[in-house]
Every structure is written in C-alpha cells, then in structure tokens.
Design a protein around this ligand. Structure first.
Ligand code: TRH
Length: 377
C-alpha cells in the first residue's frame, strides 16, 4: 500500500507558504508515488499559483494532489501515515486527537522555514515529545549536509541546462509571456517587497553603458517602481524606457513559467523563500530580498547565507556582493555596490553556477523527507 501524506498549509501572507507546500506536494506524488492531501486555509492564494484550480471546491485533484480546503469547522478525517505541519502552523485539535487514537501512529513533522544559520543542522530531525504522548519532529530545510536540503525536482537541473543552451527555447518562452528580448540588453527579473533602495538601482541601470531590460511581475514592488517613474496604475503588459533602462510589467505567471523566467534572465532579484531557492537553481547571479522579521532577526539570516554563499569568491567579488545585498535589505543606496558587482560579473556568473552544482550534490528536501520516514518506520 502506498503511504499517505497530509500537508497542512496556513497562508500567513504572500505566496511562500503555499508556494513551498504546493511544490512539495506535487513532487511527493510525481517522484515518490505517494498519496498526498494538501490542506490549505486560503484557496484564493492557491488559485494564484494554480489558476486552473477552483477557489470554492472543498476537495479537488490538481496534478495528482488532493487539494482540500482547511476550513475553520474541521470535519472528522482519518489522519495520514505522515503529517506535515508547514511552518509551525497549528493542526486542528480534532485531527490531533485522531492522530493519537490511530492504531499505527503517524509520523508528525514540523517543516520549518529555511535558514542558513549554524544551529539548523543541530536541530534538524530532533523530536519534541508532546503532552499527548506523540513526538513531533523538526525538519529543517537548509544549504548544508546536516540539514533537510532544498526543494529540487529530479529533472530540474537537466531541464534548466537544456533550456539555457537553446536560444530559441528562451526566445519562444519569453515571447509566450509577452517579452521581446532587446538586442545587447542585460535581462533582469525583479520580484521584491516594497524597497526604498529600488530608486538607486533603477538610477544605476538607466545610467549604465549597456542597455538593461527589467521584467517586473505584478506585486508589492510596483508602488516603488511607479514612484520612480512618476506614474500610476502600472499593469501587466505596460512598459517604459528611461535612458538605458527598459522596464516591463509582467503578469504573475505559474511556478514552472517563473522558473523559465529565472533561467532566461542574466540576473534575478528574488524574495522570501521559494523564489530565492529557485533563483539558485537558475545558476545565475541574484539578489535576495529577505522576508523582514521583528528585531531585525532576518539580518542575521541574511549574514548566515552570505557567509556560506560567498565562499570561493575573490575579495572584491565578496565585497561587492555583500554590500549590494546588505544595502538592498536595509533600504540604502545600491548604485555603488551594483557597479562594483558589474566589475566582477564573469566571476559572479561562474560562482552562481558552481554554488548551484554544490547544493545539487545534497539530497533534495522531498527525498530527504521520504528517507526520514523510512528510517523512522
Ligand atoms: O511571496 P513570498 O514573499 O512568500 C513568503 C511569505 O511571505 C511567507 O509568509 C514568508 O514566510 C516567506 O516568504 C519567507 O516569497 P516566495 O517564498 O518567494 O514565494 C513566492 C512564490 O510565488 C514562489 O513559489 C514563486 C511564485 N511565483 C510565481 O509562481 N509566479 C510569479 O510570477 C512570481 C513572481 C512568483
């Protein structure tokens, strides 16, 4: 009998919670043949990522995953063999009671947020005994061997490499989302939260010696973009030219298309958790807008990632990268650090590819979860 898995996702905000759990659910079905239910408390957010889904359906099958509405009034449900609460969301009390009563107890996992901090490897896989007698295990995604790894589909890198080696595939894809690559232009994607540093980056791109083509999926950064352009009401499809900078607003596209956008670009500005990981699999230089936390806890996470990522870069390249990422995440001007980064561009490109390859030598997160379950049995 195939093992059954329940994944619980509470959408706190934006698209990271649902983005990660939807990706994981699909991979567990497609690559491990598991029976997966994804419980989501906000189908509206899910429909944004999976437009063919029905925002009203209590239950529906999408790409082999049973997507269920996690409603406030929980109906009795037989728990699965493996239960994942994503990002410490709180499971329904009735469901937990059913887990306790199940003759064969389920494996209960808390899938945590991604962090490069040192302590992650020490906490990954640890059990926490609950008052009801069940153990809940902490499962930490991460960048180093002792962690749970990163979400990466089996064929992802082969697909990415084939795509990047095929200029016509890139052109065709870009055309399918309404983009015509401008000759000689550096292609950049921009996905970020509100960011006061944006104006200084746009200034630098507009004053550059090389043309820049900036693609901006609709989202939270648009207000800053409009403020810089001095316009309002920007929508998908709109474009503007300012000096050497051509800006185009894109619609929010599906995850697979977004991957192709990242693969197509020379540089990707990403945010949160999932787009950040996908940019790493693109093997191209990137800029991370980390999700802001109270007490600036996110800045420590940023430093922890930078410490890992910059290993192997020359001193100049390290400095440019660090200064750019720090300025971007503290709303400071980025012109200088951006221009410095351009000074060691080939090195940054090579480094992005070798970072990607090193991370890909670790087991992926879905495979690590399955292995964890098998070891636990
Ligand atoms: O949207 P995010 O900021 O999400 C999150 C949440 O805020 C969450 O609460 C927080 O804890 C976490 O970040 C760290 O960023 P993220 O994680 O990159 O998720 C975006 C998802 O949207 C990702 O799966 C990629 C997808 N996406 C598309 O499918 N199409 C698009 O056009 C774009 C721009 C993104």
């Amino acid at each position: 009998m195939r093992a059954t898995w329940d994944i619980f996702c509470s959408v706190v905000d934006n698209y990271g919670d649902i983005g990660v759990t939807w990706r994981l659910a699909r991979q567990l079905v497609a690559e491990h043949g598991l029976v997966v239910r994804l419980w989501v408390d906000d189908l509206g957010a899910f429909v944004r990522l999976c437009p063919q889904a029905d925002a009203q359906a209590q239950r529906q099958i999408q790409q082999g995953v049973e997507v269920c509405l996690w409603a406030g009034d929980w109906q009795a449900t037989e728990p699965a063999d493996v239960v994942i609460e994503a990002f410490a969301c709180e499971l329904p009390a009735l469901y937990i009671s059913a887990m306790v009563q199940r003759p064969q107890k389920p494996l209960w996992l808390n899938l945590e947020y991604l962090s490069a901090e040192d302590w992650v490897a020490g906490c990954h896989g640890l059990p926490s005994l609950q008052s009801n007698g069940l153990s809940k295990f902490f499962f930490f995604p991460g960048f180093t061997m002792g962690s749970g790894g990163l979400l990466r589909e089996r064929k992802l890198l082969a697909q990415r490499r084939a795509f990047q080696a095929d200029e016509s595939a890139r052109t065709l894809f870009l055309r399918s989302i309404g983009v015509t690559p401008l000759p000689g232009a550096r292609l950049i994607s921009l996905f970020a939260y509100e960011n006061a540093a944006l104006a200084s980056w746009l200034d630098a791109l507009a004053a550059d010696a090389q043309p820049n083509q900036l693609l901006v999926p609709e989202g939270r950064i648009l207000a800053d973009l409009q403020a810089w352009l001095g316009c309002a009401g920007l929508r998908a499809g709109d474009s503007q030219q300012c000096g050497q900078l051509h800006i185009q607003v894109l619609p929010f596209i599906q995850q697979d298309q977004y991957d192709r956008l990242l693969w197509s670009c020379d540089f990707n500005a990403v945010r949160g958790e999932d787009s950040f990981v996908r940019a790493q699999w693109a093997g191209r230089p990137m800029l991370w807008h980390i999700y802001q936390q109270t007490d600036d806890a996110h800045l420590e996470k940023l430093e922890a990632f930078l410490a890992l990522y910059k290993e192997g870069l020359s001193a100049d390249a390290q400095r440019a990268l660090t200064e750019l990422w720090q300025a971007w995440n503290t709303a400071q001007p980025v012109e200088e650090s951006w221009n410095q980064l351009l000074q060691n561009w080939p090195e940054q490109q090579q480094h992005a590819e070798s970072w990607c390859l090193q991370r890909a030598s670790q087991p992926d997160l879905a495979a690590a979860l399955v292995q964890f379950y098998l070891n636990w049995l």
